[in-house]
Write a protein that binds this ligand. Structure first.
Ligand SMILES: [Cu+2]
Length: 530
């Protein structure tokens, strides 16, 4: 439905697109023209002033006009002028783009001034307006501009002359300096809720806030993370089979995007994703029954979902079987992610998400618990010889599977794909799908620094390695080097070092903690070897 206004004479020689600056020029000029040059009315088109507000309607993200019409069709004639003023009703960041008419507004959100575009209709036809924030068009932000009448050839802007650049190499985009606001987003692998023990099903309540923030990706490198509760992965949730779970999802009021949660442990409602699309400052609650025991991934399900996941929006929920899991001495929480940024791996400065790289599935970084060095440098995973260890391991992705392996260990038990009633014994490497999980149990029989990897080992050179320290007495019947320098483990070091060198960076070695005499942290190990 269109909103047509009384004809106002006004001539705009060329089609132009606004930013607030042009918007104000257009608005002022329209008023003056109307007052001073009424005679022009016979030859000039009308000006259609349209006010659009963004919002949620019927589970979709949409543009609404003053009457609440969803994605109103804007109608006009060749020669008319359209002026659209836009505000963010729900607070998230948006824009408006009409490709065929070369119209693109500035970005606007709940805190910015309204955006405005003013343009002349120079050709008849049906054109689509939409929001270019990734994913927003797919979930509803698009409508039509229908232009009737003959083509107005005179009004068409002349084609821009082609530019030929001779002898100039393409210039790499400059990187912004690392964010001074950046905080640690690395989830503590020890942040595992305690076992629930034998108990009857009950009501369990969770409240989670989605937060967008600058976080440390690596030394000297920051990234715009999107998170559940400021950590990557988000908090590990632990409930019992048969429990009823009430989950309230709040989107921080300073967010630029809508967020949501889809838990693979939920039956119905797109895992919760259908009913938890929360605009900045909003809260939505779902209630579900934990019908099936197992270890499940949860993630944000707001388009572009790959962006929200890659930027950090994933976590695990354990639904304990009624009888519980066998007791172990130590439990850890680890998740793998692939991250796509607008610069090369290792570039110092502030990175942002790259849709192009994500579309090509070419990650810039791989991480365990959100950042390079999260496990071993920032957080410790420690155990003692003789203890049993369990790792709740998931792959947030969004795209890459993991060949999960711990160098120097064998998984005594693997609960493949997070299924709690299918246990395999003695597994070296277990495959974990994107959006999947596994539980691995092993007893640590020998001291040392055990390296968690994805056995697709090129990824170690892109940030994917973690250290688990095991202290205790070495049992020579379990392992005995013929030479005192950990000769066996060094084979892994050489392998990883070659991978790092081939990539032209210090990669794994740097992460191993040896940085030369300038390093503050003592060089206790290299390549994860004590
Ligand atoms: Cu999200």
């Amino acid at each position: 439905m269109s909103r047509l206004f009384a004809p106002i004479p006004f001539a705009i020689a060329v089609l132009f697109v606004s930013a607030p600056l042009i918007g104000s020029v257009g608005a002022t000029a329209v008023g003056k023209s109307a007052a001073n040059k009424p005679a022009a009315a016979a030859t000039q088109g009308v000006v259609h002033k349209i006010v659009l507000k963004t919002g949620m309607a019927g589970g979709k993200m949409v543009y609404l006009d003053a009457k609440g019409t969803v994605n109103p069709t804007i109608k006009g004639k060749v020669g008319d002028t359209v002026e659209i003023t836009l505000t963010s009703g729900e607070g998230a960041q948006h824009d408006i783009v009409i490709d065929e008419l070369k119209v693109k507004s500035a970005m606007f959100d709940g805190k910015s001034a309204p955006a405005k575009v003013v343009f002349k209709l120079t050709q008849s036809g049906s054109f689509t307006y939409y929001c270019s924030v990734p994913g927003h068009r797919q979930i509803g932000m698009e409508g039509l501009i229908e232009v009737s009448g003959p083509a107005d050839a005179a009004a068409k802007a002349p084609a821009a002359p082609a530019t030929t650049v001779l002898g100039a190499a393409p210039v790499a985009a400059a990187i912004a300096p690392a964010s001074t606001q950046a905080v640690s987003i690395a989830q503590d692998p020890n942040a595992v809720p305690a076992p629930l023990g034998a108990r009857a099903p009950q009501l369990v309540k969770y409240a989670i806030e989605t937060v967008e923030l600058d976080g440390r990706l690596d030394d000297g490198t920051t990234f715009t993370y999107w998170t559940f509760a400021k950590k990557v992965p988000g908090p590990m949730l632990r409930v019992k089979e048969g429990d009823t779970v009430e989950l309230a999802l709040t989107n921080n009021r300073n967010s630029k995007a809508v967020h949501s949660i889809d838990l693979h442990a939920v039956t119905g409602g797109a895992g919760g994703g259908a009913d938890t699309q929360v605009a900045p400052g909003e809260t939505k609650t779902i209630t579900f029954k934990a019908l099936n025991p197992g270890l499940y991934v949860y993630h944000c399900a707001t388009p572009s979902v790959a962006h929200h996941i890659s930027a950090g929006m994933y976590g695990l929920i354990l639904v304990e079987p009624r009888a519980g899991l066998p007791k172990v001495d130590k439990e850890f929480y680890v998740m793998q992610g692939d991250l796509y940024t607008n610069h090369k791996f290792g570039t110092k400065g502030h990175h942002v998400y790259s849709h192009d790289k994500a579309g090509d599935e070419l990650p810039t970084y791989y991480t365990f618990n959100g950042s390079v060095g999260a496990l071993g440098k920032e957080h410790r995973m420690a155990a003692n010889v003789g203890e049993t260890v369990r790792i709740y391991f998931g792959v947030g992705g969004p795209n890459k599977v993991s060949s999960f392996h711990v160098i120097g260990e064998i998984f005594d038990k693997v609960y493949s794909e997070g299924s709690t009633n299918t246990v395999k014994d003695n597994v070296q490497t277990t495959l974990v799908p994107a959006g999947g999980a596994t539980i691995v149990d092993f007893k640590v029989d020998y001291p040392g620094n055990y390296v968690l990897v994805d056995h697709a080992l090129s990824r170690a050179g892109k940030g994917l390695a973690g250290i688990m320290e095991v202290k205790g007495k070495a049992d020579a019947t379990v392992y005995k080097p013929s030479h005192p320098a950990n000769a066996g483990a060094m084979a892994h070091c050489r392998l990883l070092r070659e991978g790092a060198r081939a990539r032209g960076n210090a990669g794994f070695l740097r992460y191993g903690g040896r940085r030369g005499s300038a390093s503050r942290s003592p060089p206790t190990y290299e390549c994860g070897v004590p």
